[in-house]
Ligand binder design. Structure first.
Ligand code: SAH
Length: 350
């Protein structure tokens, strides 16, 4: 059970403002354990400490990039599963956190390191939120670094929409207890259309940003590199985008399509043409071109010239295309490089 459910179970007769105090305390960097939460009386604190776990994850190690702008943490769950989360400085100089939503992933995208691990289990909403809290405490211990966390992206290990309820709960908690608004949270998906459709019907799904990993607007190419794809995918995605813009009709609303640049695979003039046509049909879409980060696979990132050509071709056609900055490649913390092995039972505890 996650903390919300445990609270309902044990403290449902407490006044609602108390829940706010208790959950709020989890997002105060100066509190490091329940005993520190002196805004609650001692009896309540002790009772809560026996009922609600303070932290669901344990640090194994943290890697720091040479430029001190990217950090990658290896964290263990209570059942000994290992996950990674990344802290990276964004263009505004604040921090973006990349969180994992599952241990491993079932989507098996051929270019992704996590895809090679297979799927182990979903993370609970506590385990997702606690990745954010891990970095919050980390920064509190590093006053040489900027302190503000301004964004969270669900782009770590796993497919967030395959863990819908826990991801939704974690988004709601982050929106309630941090300063981040919905446009500061981005959920990236391989494009699970049944779940994307579900979002449009779910009144509780918060209006966060969505990014869809397109990677090719050519059916055969997409099927080759992403086994979860199928013949009618592009057509169905296009239909869904129309409904998405109807449901979330706002000037600020847009959709991001992610596009990894794989040399000779999806970066030819034919692929650019199909992507332009697709983007035009969809409308308010941003294309985010991602340099491919090495994962010891058969792929290479598009060469400088081919990359630039592709990008310019899109821009000349009036498509809003930008290139994603690559961070943390020296510590294998970049997109698609997150992979961990199961922990051996003995000798790893600190
Ligand atoms: N399951 C989600 C989140 C995955 S990670 C999804 O599919 O969107 C976030 C992005 O990184 C996805 O677009 C993913 O396809 C991409 N990615 C995976 N491996 C990569 C690699 N080696 N280099 C660059 N991007 C990669």
């Amino acid at each position: 059970m996650n903390r919300e459910e445990l609270y309902q179970k044990h403290f449902s007769d407490w006044p609602r403002y108390r829940a706010g105090q208790i959950f709020g305390a989890l997002f105060e960097p100066r509190f490091k354990k329940w005993e520190d939460v002196t805004t609650l009386n001692k009896n309540d604190r002790n009772l809560i400490a026996t009922r609600l776990p303070w932290m669901s994850l344990e640090k194994r190690h943290v890697l720091e990039s040479a430029r001190h702008d990217t950090f990658k943490a290896l964290l263990a769950t209570h059942d000994g599963k290992m996950i990674e989360t990344v802290l990276m400085q964004n263009a505004r100089g604040f921090w973006s956190i990349c969180v994992s939503s599952q241990v491993g992933c079932a989507m098996a995208c051929t270019f992704c390191a996590t895809g090679k691990m297979g799927f182990t289990r979903n993370l609970t909403s506590d385990e997702i939120i606690d990745q954010y809290r891990f970095w919050m405490y980390f920064l509190d211990g590093r006053h040489d670094l900027e302190q503000r966390i301004s964004n969270v992206v669900y782009m770590g290990m796993g497919e967030p929409l395959a863990n819908y309820e826990n991801v939704k709960q974690s988004l709601k908690t982050l929106l309630e207890y941090t300063e981040m608004g919905p446009t500061r949270l981005t959920v990236s998906t391989v494009g699970l259309l049944p779940m994307l459709s579900h979002i449009l019907k779910d009144p509780e799904w918060p209006p966060v940003r969505l990014a869809v990993s397109l990677h090719s607007a050519d059916t055969e190419t997409r099927k080759n590199i992403m086994p979860s794809s199928y013949d009618a995918f592009l057509e169905n995605l296009e239909k869904w985008t129309k409904e998405y813009f109807e449901r979330f009709d706002s000037k600020r609303r847009h959709l991001t399509l992610e596009y990894i640049m794989l040399a000779g695979v999806n970066d030819t003039p034919m692929h650019a043409k199909k992507l332009i046509q697709f983007a035009r049909r969809v409308g308010k879409v941003k294309i985010n071109l991602i340099p491919y980060n090495d994962t010891k696979s058969r792929y290479h990132t598009s060469a400088g010239g081919a990359f630039l050509n592709f990008e310019k071709t899109l821009q000349m056609a009036g498509v809003d295309a930008t290139r994603r900055r690559t961070m943390g490649a020296d510590i294998a913390a970049a997109c698609g490089q997150l992979i961990v092995e199961e922990e051996k039972t003995s000798n790893t505890k600190p």
